[in-house]
Design a protein around this ligand. Sequence first.
Ligand SMILES: O=P(O)(O)O[C@@H]1C[C@H](O)[C@@H](CO)O1
Ligand SMILES: Nc1nc2[nH]cnc2c(=O)[nH]1
Length: 349
Amino acid sequence: MNRAATVNEVSNGQQQQPNKTKPSGKRINGLSSSVQDIAGLLLFCFSCFLSLTNTNLASYGSFEMVQEIATYLLDRTRIRPQCGIICGSGLGCLAEQLTDVDSFDYETIPHFPVSTVPGHVGRLVFGYLAGVPVLCMQGRFHYYEGYSLAKCSMPVRVMRLVGCTHLIATNAAGAINNNFHVGDIMLIKDHINLMGFAGNCPLLGPNDDRFGPRFLGMAKAYDPGMLQVAKDTAKHVPGLGSILREGVYCCVGGPNFETVAEGRLLSLLGVDAIGMSTVHEIITARHCGMTCFAFSLITNMCTMSYEEEEEHCHETFVDVGRQLEGRICELVTRVVGTIRSEANGRKKE
Ligand SMILES: O=P(O)(O)O[C@@H]1C[C@H](O)[C@@H](CO)O1
Ligand SMILES: Nc1nc2[nH]cnc2c(=O)[nH]1
């Protein structure tokens, strides 16, 4: 049995020891057999709960499984992407910019989860943006949909195995920073992995060195070069400079939005915007050596006082994305364009 198969079997709970229940009818510590039966039943329920919880947290997608998905896709398209793009809520328009596309609905791809959130179409789109071969995830997976963080981020490993060296992740987020406005674009310069603080991480479980190292530095998670390109782009795209911000993103599990106390706490921690994605995707991408760039579309202001009206509505968030389509597409196209020049530069060396 190979190591990756072991990872998977452990995560699916199939290799666990069967419960060793005590034979009923005997007296232990003076307890009657019916009390013991109830205690045994409770123990059984508790261990089922634990194993379910573990399945939800543990790793998903052995190297072989991810490779099978990559091969399935590469056998069906001639495009060899250099950059993966993840479209956040209301940002699916990015995929519509691609030319010469080959699309795959998630349902048709082996081992792929399905999208359950409105505004996340559920399609992988291969194509060209600014002449660069790219792979767009038109719809991502969130922890609150019931997927483990490893499963949410598994497509990033697929991107890597089909050849992507770069990742651009986008999301919809609520602003904590009160200098921000709805409709701003926040370039992510760093993140706080709050779920990781509680021991939940996409890299949980045995490490497969074919993906990346066991221990991973995250100090340069967001590539300073790509960040600079984005800032420079703002000088050339009308209406972009005035809405471009930079800040720290934090992912919470969701699907509920934050309480006032939670918003205030995250503000104290140095968070500028809160969302429900991206962090685990970036960790997974950095683990397999990808260069990362990410931004948040500010769709709402987080409710920071009890006097404020709470105005959080997913459908409205999706509309904010539609209104800014032009500038967002221009930003992403220009950033992707530099990947082509980078690759050409390397060829000439
Ligand atoms: O996929 P993203 O992170 O853009 O989605 C955000 C977080 C929730 O899924 C949703 C809330 O409206 O938008
Ligand atoms: N957690 C969280 N996610 C969001 N996604 C879009 N807006 C928000 C928000 O206010 N909070």
